[in-house]
Design a protein around this ligand. Structure first.
Ligand SMILES: NC(=O)c1ccc[n+]([C@@H]2O[C@H](COP(=O)([O-])OP(=O)(O)OC[C@H]3O[C@@H](n4cnc5c(N)ncnc54)[C@H](O)[C@@H]3O)[C@@H](O)[C@H]2O)c1
Length: 130
């Protein structure tokens, strides 16, 4: 199902992950999809089926690298932010982990959207329309 009638340019952080990759499978038929993922989960298998598709773009980069994010996010219509630290227990010993991978990474996404004049980030309502 298309989110809108005209082809959209989707930007999916964490698109190589479990949730993000399933979302990409739904989006790819209705526009161009860029995945921005550092592969810190060390899983590439979710990406394999789309490699070679001209509507699929994969950027391997950390969201904490703002300069790269600021370039790759440009010229997209909708942002889905699904990158996250899933190793919750590690936060007990590395107390910066969730601050960096949650708060700072999300701040970078929002800041890059602001700089690039992007106005649409996924909401639950948007996800329900897919
Ligand atoms: N899996 C579930 O059942 C579930 C349920 C509810 C909510 N969620 C939420 O959905 C989101 C995604 O979950 P998931 O299961 O797909 O996780 P996942 O670990 O499978 O995917 C996360 C992706 O983010 C990437 N990533 C992590 N840090 C990054 C960084 N700094 N820069 C770029 N990429 C980075 C990882 O490489 C990975 O591919 C999380 O916020 C999670 O809490 C997941």
């Amino acid at each position: 199902m298309k989110y809108q009638n005209k082809p959209q340019r989707y930007f999916v952080t964490g698109g190589a992950g479990f949730i993000g990759s399933h979302l990409v499978n739904r989006l790819i038929g209705s526009g161009e999809v860029t995945i921005h993922d550092d592969l810190s989960s060390d899983r590439k298998e979710f990406l394999q089926r789309h490699l070679g598709n001209p509507n699929f773009h994969f950027i391997q980069a950390d969201l904490l690298d703002f300069d790269t994010l600021n370039k790759t996010i440009a010229n997209h219509d909708i942002v889905f932010h699904l990158a996250a630290n899933l190793n919750v227990r590690a936060g007990i010993t590395n107390t910066k982990l969730d601050l960096q991978q949650g708060t700072l990474a999300t701040h970078n996404v929002l800041e890059a959207m602001k700089v690039n004049h992007l106005g649409k980030i996924a909401s639950r309502r948007a996800m329900e329309m897919l």
